[in-house]
Design a binder for this molecule. Structure first.
Ligand SMILES: Cc1cc2nc3c(=O)[nH]c(=O)nc-3n(C[C@H](O)[C@H](O)[C@H](O)COP(=O)(O)OP(=O)(O)OC[C@H]3O[C@@H](n4cnc5c(N)ncnc54)[C@H](O)[C@@H]3O)c2cc1C
Length: 520
């Protein structure tokens, strides 16, 4: 007799999605989360008294609506807020705001280039047609090419979406997917400010610059729910995991935080039988599902000696290369930005990416193990649309920074952390002159912090780089894209599996389906 049907290691949003679906299917589920908070890289934490900070991700624009509906997450307190602005690019001479309202955006772009303004609506239509094809893949298990599983119903839907594009568009889709985002955007636009503001979405979380092959696919992936679609849960991104946790508990799942798994128990038949906790407790289960990233799961928790050499090498060779840092600030008031004419402009992302060349140069530094001296910065002030996150009259500003490579060539993160905090504030200073004087507290999270505190191997926020070579049937490693592992009854359900990183819930959804299919 095992104590549980399923143990889910990790209470990130994907682990919780898996837990809800399995518990609703009648499985006896236990979720074990090492940290004291749920949500993993998408958590909201009280970093200073009264300040609820989205320490990692801030935006749930990619989260799959199917999951919201099927799990009735709104009944469990999930409420989204949408902001009027999507992106504001400050500049003393040429500020640019991309609004969710297309006509308003076109009126902004015309100030930069009348030609680009004319082309923008057609660009948005094309992106939306192409992302509809990606959307059809999100909640599907990648085909098992060896078993010729392409004919199943889910992939039929993808084929149908492709066909719907019609032949010229279908060819264009296939042509542009592997392109560098710079090549794709150069085809459409001439304004550096516009291309920088848009193209930055294609490089988020990866140590790739806009001239890297396949970054166009990442641009589409980022907008999988529709161009510039963005939304954040009221009360912070952590409310998504809170709603999932309530749904899981309502369905009978047990959730323990502050409970680190030290080992996945594997018997002599190569079958997972449960876990060993860091405190020495053993818990048995018929199935173990890991929300931790693939290398952490298979090397740290299973152990390479339990893996067949070819598979072990493939796992060792997964590219992680975390390159994201985050500076979270408590502010005594609202900063003003150059070129800003109204507060609504600051309700989305405040983005410092003045051109694709600027982004490529920022990426160049990381290639050689250096922190970008002129970094890409993506800031948000969530208290503008959700004042409950901070004490009255005060604000939170979170700034995601690239590129801060996990492996530093001539220094280490103990030496660089304070300097990086200063670099981020100094880089913003010309754009927000009052910022420095408004800072009452700051928290800097480096790739090493993501690894040591948030359990992300090499600080990779996507559980492995989202390069063309690590997507779809190759995620996490080729021939193992179906959430199973060579250890019988051990599954993966995190961002290291298809479709990848971001707050989508899709890996967790697909993994639950595979567990149920295989235990039927
Ligand atoms: C700074 C930053 C900004 C980001 N911005 C965005 C954004 O704007 N939009 C977006 O969509 N995405 C963004 N992301 C990416 C996104 O947050 C992640 O890709 C996603 O949250 C991963 O979810 P997950 O559930 O698969 O894994 P995780 O959130 O990593 O959860 C895994 C969980 O497993 C736990 N765990 C690991 N090992 C063990 C163990 N041995 N025992 C018990 N528990 C364990 C971890 O503590 C963690 O809670 C950002 C991430 C960061 C860090």
């Amino acid at each position: 007799m095992t104590a549980y049907d399923v143990i889910v290691i990790g209470g990130g949003h994907n682990g919780l999605v898996t837990a809800v679906y399995l518990a609703k299917a009648g499985q006896k589920v236990l979720v074990l989360e090492a940290r004291d908070v749920l949500g993993g890289a998408a958590a909201t934490e009280e970093v200073w008294p009264g300040f609820q900070v989205n320490t990692g991700a801030a935006d749930a624009g990619m989260f799959q609506e199917t999951i919201v509906k099927e799990l009735f997450l709104k009944m469990y307190g999930l409420e989204f807020r949408e902001s009027p602005a999507a992106i504001f690019a400050p500049s003393p001479t040429h500020p640019l705001t991309l609004w969710h309202d297309e006509a308003r955006t076109t009126a902004e772009i015309v100030q930069h280039s009348p030609r680009d303004a004319e082309r923008y609506p057609a660009f948005v239509r094309q992106v939306n047609r192409f992302t509809a094809v990606l959307q059809a893949m999100m909640l599907q298990t990648p085909p098992d090419l060896m078993a010729l599983g392409l004919g199943d119903a889910g992939w039929g839907k993808v084929g149908w979406q492709l066909k719907r594009l019609g032949s010229p568009d279908m060819m264009e889709f296939v042509r542009v997917l592997p392109l560098a985002v710079q090549e794709y955007l150069d085809d459409w636009f001439e304004s550096d400010a516009l291309k920088g503001a848009i193209g930055a979405d294609a490089i988020a979380g990866n140590q790739l610059g806009p001239r890297a092959a396949g970054t166009t696919l990442l641009l589409f992936y980022r907008h999988v729910n529709g161009w510039l679609h963005g939304r954040s849960p009221l009360g912070g991104i952590g409310q998504l995991s809170a709603a999932l946790a309530s749904a899981a508990q309502q369905a009978g799942a047990e959730i323990r935080t502050g409970t680190a798994v030290a080992r996945i128990q594997v018997n002599d038949d190569g079958q997972a039988t449960g876990v060993l906790l860091a405190d020495g407790t053993e818990i048995s289960a018929r199935v173990v599902v890991s929300n931790a990233d693939p290398r952490r799961t298979l090397f740290d928790l299973v152990g390479p000696q339990k893996l067949e050499p070819r598979f072990m090498r493939a796992v060792r060779n997964i590219i992680y290369r975390g390159c994201t840092a985050k500076l979270n600030l408590a502010l005594s008031g609202l900063p003003e930005f150059v070129g800003q004419t109204n507060v609504a402009q600051l309700t989305g992302r405040i983005r410092l990416a003045p051109s694709l060349t600027y982004l490529e140069k920022a990426a160049d530094a990381a290639k050689y193990g250096r922190i970008s001296p002129q970094p890409f910065l993506d800031a948000a002030i969530p208290t503008l649309t959700d004042p409950t996150l901070a004490p009255a009259g005060q604000h939170i500003m979170t700034i995601t920074m690239q590129y801060a490579p996990y492996c530093l060539r001539a220094s280490d993160w103990a030496n660089e952390r304070e300097r990086l905090g200063d670099l981020i504030v100094d880089t913003l200073a010309p754009y927000a002159p009052s910022l420095q004087s408004l800072i009452s507290n700051r928290q800097l999270l480096t790739p090493l912090d993501w690894e040591q505190t948030y359990h992300l191997t090499e600080g990779s926020i996507h559980h492995g780089q989202m390069g063309l070579e690590q997507l779809l049937v190759m995620r996490p490693v080729s021939a193992w894209g179906q959430y199973r592992t060579p250890i019988k009854n051990l599954y993966l359900c995190g961002a290291g599996t298809h479709p990848g990183g971001g707050v989508t819930g899709a890996p967790g959804y697909n993994a639950a389906r595979e567990v149920l299919k295989n235990s039927a």
